[in-house]
Design a protein around this ligand. Structure first.
Ligand code: HEC
Ligand code: HEC
Length: 399
């Protein structure tokens, strides 16, 4: 009973002051400010008192306010293979909770077996990015991005190409569970069984995939025993001018392409960290040259978004193309100031890439510094996030 009451209150609150383009007036004065904040934090899976640590909810487009009912629908859709044309894959096939909503394939492998060029991103705190995909400044919201894995045909992921759409939408329209979920999520919409509303619900669910309960977070929030000495040394190195990691992996999300509901700006950055230098002219492998694929400017070769490093221990292999297996290799890259590939089609010295970021220099880490950095990166793992039943596969819970 209590559970349903809370559900009701959450719905009421979320539609009164998160709804309608962010109006902030709450009529019910019985609900104090602190309770409002607690309800918001609960809705987004943010820690209690998150605001005291500058953790605010993600930005939300005006035409897609968050509600509990949309989160619920989005969760079912995310885990349902009905959303692929041949009913073999769901979003969660490539974004698994136990791997912080990433998988362990080098690149994405779609429902018909086609391979993409890129490694599936972790969806940890995904609502906070200012651009989506590894390097595309035009994809500024989840809503813009999410249609791509559903309908894209190069490569095929879920494979809901034009000819398949009607049949796929009918699967939801004719299913009793979904009739209920769609009606509750979009009560004012005559026909919500469209890709537009499916995307809206998915985006809303994705905005609740928030992880702020790692050992590092507990340390920052005052538990001075949460990190050991090596992890603390690693943290100081990471945040300091020797290792310089923080220049690109900064803020609450360890990515410089981050924003939230309180930020006035939406900074977008793309960096070349010296993974390749094919033929000595700064090239990366064909068709996978990052920002260059969009702008065709040579100086944009090899530039990618700095991903969040939260839960990084769980999301191997690494980099836009999955070409690094371990965190140790990445720390070595930074020690050496880039990656040197001796032979093969991608041979070249990334350390001399003409478009290398100024922050990527020879750091010559000692073995202790390498161990400390590694220990710190692993302290960003959030066990509560990967086991949280609120964001887990609802079909598994039904069984
Ligand atoms: C076949 C595997 C596969 C499936 C299925 C899949 N994805 Fe992905 N996802 C990827 C890959 C690969 C990328 C990297 C895309 C790129 O940069 O080109 C990605 C990237 C993303 C991103 C961007 C994250 C960021 O940091 O930029 C989001 C959001 C996302 N996927 C959500 C979804 C949702 C929602 C679904 C279901 C509708 C889905 N994905 C289905 C493989 C998959
Ligand atoms: C100049 C900006 C910049 C600096 C400085 C930087 N990084 Fe990164 N980092 C990036 C970018 C961009 C990527 C993705 C590159 C790619 O895929 O081509 C990345 C990727 C990573 C990844 C893999 C992420 C994933 O999901 O695959 C790890 C781990 C990482 N960096 C750790 C570090 C550490 C540790 C330091 C400091 C020693 C550091 N970075 C310094 C920009 C930076």
């Amino acid at each position: 009973m209590k559970k349903y009451f809370i559900f009701f209150i959450l719905t009421l609150i979320s539609t009164t002051f998160l709804g309608c383009g962010g109006g902030t007036s709450v009529n019910d004065t019985a609900i104090s400010n602190s309770t409002e904040t607690e309800i918001i934090n609960e809705l987004f899976n943010l820690p209690q008192n998150a605001q005291n640590y500058s953790i605010f909810p993600p930005k939300i487009p005006q035409d897609n306010p968050i509600t509990n009912e949309k989160i619920e629908l989005g969760k079912y859709l995310f885990y349902d293979t009905k959303l692929s044309a041949n009913q073999t894959q769901s979003c969660s096939s490539c974004h698994l909770q136990k791997s912080a909503f990433s998988d362990h394939n080098k690149v994405g492998i779609g429902s018909t077996g086609e391979h993409s060029l890129r490694n599936p991103n972790s969806l940890t705190n995904t609502g906070y990015y200012t651009s989506y995909s590894w390097a595309n400044p035009a994809l500024t919201t989840l809503e813009r991005f999410i249609i791509l894995p559903i309908t894209g045909d190069d490569p095929i992921e879920l494979g809901v190409v034009d000819e398949e759409q009607e049949e796929v939408l009918n699967r939801f329209k004719l299913d009793e569970r979904y009739q209920n979920l769609f009606t509750k999520a979009f009560p004012d919409v005559e026909n919500p069984y469209t890709l537009e509303y499916i995307v809206k619900a998915l985006a809303t669910f994705l905005r609740t995939l928030n992880s702020f309960n790692s050992k590092y977070d507990k340390y920052i929030r005052g538990d001075k025993t949460a990190l050991n000495e090596s992890e603390i040394r690693g943290m100081n190195l990471f945040m300091g001018e020797k290792a310089e990691c923080f220049h690109c992996h900064d803020g609450i999300n360890f990515s410089d392409s981050t924003t939230n509901e309180k930020s006035f700006s939406n900074p977008q950055f793309f960096h070349n960290i010296g993974l390749y230098n094919i033929n000595g002219i700064g090239s990366y492998p064909d068709l996978n040259q990052g920002l260059f694929e969009i702008t065709q400017q040579n100086s944009d070769k090899g530039k990618f978004k700095a991903p969040s490093l939260r839960n990084i221990e769980l999301t191997f292999p690494y980099m836009h193309d999955g070409s690094m297996e371990t965190l140790e290799e990445i720390i070595d890259l930074h020690s050496n100031g880039g990656r040197y590939i001796e032979s093969g089609i991608n041979a070249g010295d990334g350390r001399n890439n003409p478009y290398l970021s100024d922050f990527i220099t020879v750091k010559n880490f000692t073995q202790e510094e390498k161990d400390d950095l590694l220990a710190f990166l692993k302290s960003l793992t959030d066990e509560e996030f990967i086991t949280n039943q609120k964001i887990a596969n609802p079909f598994a819970q039904d069984e």
